[in-house]
Design a protein around this ligand. Sequence first.
Ligand SMILES: [Zn+2]
Length: 96
Amino acid sequence: MAAVDYDAPRTAPTEPETESLDLLQERRERKTDDLADTDFADDYILPGFDVLDEELSTTVVPVQPDEFRCGGCFLVLHRGLHAGVHRGQDICRDCA
Ligand SMILES: [Zn+2]
C-alpha cells in the first residue's frame, strides 16, 4: 500500500498543517499587538476576503432585455420560461 503515504496527509489533519496555522495566528496576534490599529495590520488579514465581499455586493446584474422577473417567485428568468401575464405581472412556467 504505497499510496497510503500520499493520502495520509490529506485525509487526516497533520501536525505540520496545524502547526503552521497556529504559527500564523500567533504571528498575526503579535503584529496586531505591536502595531495596534495601524494600517499595516490590515495587510495581515487575508486579502482575498475583502475583495470577494466587494465583488459580491457590487456585482448587480440588471434584468437583461431577454429576461423578465416573475411576479410569482420573483426570480429573474429567461424569456423562454415566460408563460404569460397574470395581474399585470410576468409569470414563469413554474408559477403559471
Ligand atoms: Zn415564477
